[in-house]
Write a protein that binds this ligand. Structure first.
Ligand code: CO8
Length: 257
């Protein structure tokens, strides 16, 4: 399927979203963000899909929010249009989201990657928050997501200086999962996605919920949520299948039930 600014298709149980605005390095205008999140939600509801993969082009994952669209904005227009409500919807996607990042992932593009659960990056990937050089700051979660991921010191350094971070540095500090050559980035992201596709889907979903909560709640509350989710997993047929298969020394066949 293709909309104005994205293309989407499925490969097995992987639902792919490709950002497609090549003339402006995949700069994200509001319609494009809406198309991305709506497609992610469609995949999230689709029983056949188990993992969502988001990619850009070799030159750019996304070079941030569309500066041309934003330039003349006013606080009141922002307040009334509430463009960030669409971004909040990413936080409610239950299925794993894997980003395949080549080239620039800047500003809103970096935020989109940070909203994904896993990031596979090409050696040519460049991450950063250049908003400060535009007289503003990240607005789609960057100050919060980056700080949680790398701590206050590095977050302030990167957001204050606006510098581009190499894939190598991003890997060292733990904000991406893997680096590969640009021609292999999609293949590697698919390989990772397919590994997760094989797992029990409801367990995968319960894990995402528990791990995400770890950043927001007290340890005691997080432990309690984990425990409830652990108990809930025992309501699934996949738990029976997984444990039976282990005892019978065969690979499990998970159905997401
Ligand atoms: N917005 C609009 N147009 C863009 C953007 C952008 N973010 N990035 C690139 N373009 C356009 C350029 O204007 C250029 O257009 P044209 O060919 O018409 O001149 C075309 O894309 C190609 O860009 P360059 O010629 O600059 O290509 P280079 O390879 O020299 O450089 C870069 C690529 C490094 C990506 C460079 O274009 C750049 O620095 N872009 C801006 C990056 C940036 O500042 N991003 C942050 C934007 S602010 C933000 O993301 C706030 C997030 C909050 C969410 C908001 C929701 C409403």
């Amino acid at each position: 399927m293709s909309s104005d600014f994205i293309q989407s298709w499925t490969e097995g149980a992987v639902g792919v979203i490709q950002l497609n605005r090549p003339k402006v390095a995949n700069a994200l205008n509001r319609q494009m963000v809406q198309e991305i999140v709506e497609q992610a939600e469609r995949y999230d509801r689709d029983q056949e899909i188990r993992v969502i993969l988001v990619k850009g082009s070799e030159r750019a994952f996304a070079a941030g929010a569309d500066i041309r669209e934003m330039e003349g904005e006013t606080p009141i227009r922002f307040e009334l249009a509430d463009p960030f409500a669409d971004w909040d919807r990413f936080t409610r996607i239950h299925k794993p989201m894997v980003a395949a990042v080549s080239g620039f992932a800047l500003g809103g593009g970096f935020e989109l990657a940070l909203h994904c659960d896993l990031i596979v990056a090409a050696t040519n990937a460049r991450f950063g928050f250049p908003e400060v050089s535009l007289g503003v700051l990240p607005g789609a979660g960057g100050t919060q997501l980056l700080t949680r991921a790398v701590g206050r010191k590095k977050a302030l350094e990167w957001i204050w200086t606006g510098k581009h971070i190499s894939a190598q540095e991003a890997l060292q500090i733990g904000i991406i999962n893997k680096i590969v050559e640009p021609e292999l980035v999609e293949e590697e992201a698919f390989r990772l996605a397919r590994t997760i596709v094989k797992q029990a889907p409801i367990a995968v979903r319960l894990i995402k919920e528990a791990v995400h909560q770890a950043e927001d709640v007290t340890l005691a509350d997080g432990m309690m949520l984990e425990r409830k989710n652990f108990y809930l997993a025992f309501a699934t047929k996949d738990q029976k299948e997984g444990m039976k298969a282990f005892l019978e020394k065969r690979p499990p066949i998970f159905k997401g039930e």
